[in-house]
Write a protein that binds this ligand. Sequence first.
Ligand code: PLP
Length: 457
Amino acid sequence: MKTIIEPFKIKSVEPISFNTKEERFEILEKADYNPFQVKAGDVLIDLLTDSGTSAMSSNQWAGVMMGDESYAGSAGFFHFEKTVKDITGFPIVIPTHQGRAAEKILFSILGGKGKWFISNTLFDTTRANIEFSGAEGIDLLCEEGKHPSVPSAFKGNMDIEALKRVIGEKGAENIPMVIMTVTNNSGGGQPVSMQNIKEASAVCKEHRIPFFIDACRFAENSYFIKLREEGYADRSVPEIAAELFSYADGCTMSAKKDAFANIGGFLAMKDPELAAKCRNLLIITEGFTTYGGLAGRDLEAIAIGLKEVMDEHYLQYRIRSVEYLTNKLIAAGIPVMQPAGGHAVYIDAKAFLPHIPVDQYPGQALVCALYIEGGIRSVEIGSLMFGKYDANHQLKPAQMELIRLAIPRRVYTQSHIDYVAEIVINVFESKDSLRGLTITEETALLRHFTAKLKPVQ
Ligand SMILES: *Cc1c(COP(=O)(O)O)cnc(C)c1O
């Protein structure tokens, strides 16, 4: 069939409230040109994130009702633990309330001054937790990944030669961990190949450096491997996922992504000594080891979601629907990251708005324009999110100026997506009138959440 249908029926709906362009202009001004400060009720199509925004299935909601709220040893925990073990093969599973809680625990133990963590690309919360510990993060994205408009099958890959070089420069003893993010969220939702995971793992083994997977989108990445990597077309997604995890010593996970849950996460690993340290911190910060900051019902919903996400009808629809929006934008001449990523469409704001210099945040200018034009909320992934200052307070820009339209799982239909395409194309036609922004207030870490901005005069 040419038409790929949404592999679900809709049982419960949530109304969208409409507003006018004039109202949105005022709302955005009051929000200091930062859509993180806009109320969700003032948004028509919310593509801010795919995190925690999934529609849960009727099975998951039934699981919520089955949730066992015992403080210790709840039935939901054992269902959750068995599911994670079955998928990843890791013998130790530690629940946390989000992915970043898993990161905070891990990097509090392994981080500190003089340590370096290497990745294909660290996600923003991962980098922030590493830096908060006093350590530093190094992104070694492959060359293909740095060119948004040049298609390639596995643009999330790590540069293995650079990995070897950096280990030589910094010394293996100063590198507590290498982290592979699948798919590469900040680098365009691009997948990592099995070959690349295998090679990175082998380099780490040789130097006795633990190799972890940031597994937030393990199912989407596994499906890309099935579609694009030789030798995997006839393997099932659970088989591919099992192989992917088999090269690693552990993983961090946000259940708000590929587990269709509205909250949750976990740490899983092989090393019992590291796990003992993690559990000590978990009890102080998250809660007892069989709930880790979650309600029993959340554990149940996550366990069910983790199995549902590996369904190939779902993954086909998921990957295809992101590709559908990407292709519509490409057809209109809009500079987007190619090929389509797994969970989001990334627009190259530097190419979209070449008249706005990088230190006037072209990505944020575009994010604001999409909100005003159509009530669409997106997020800047560029120098507002990742830019740093040098000693003279000059902006050291990010590698790319992207904006991300993240597609919540199982939430929007094809006509919502057609509307999004229409709005982006409208903005593209009047792009020369858009202006850049300057920051009026910001915080030291994760500044994009709270920064206040104003248009350049
Ligand atoms: C979302 C995300 C995280 C953090 O997870 P939270 O549940 O939001 O704390 C870490 N890494 C990646 C790649 C993510 O996408």
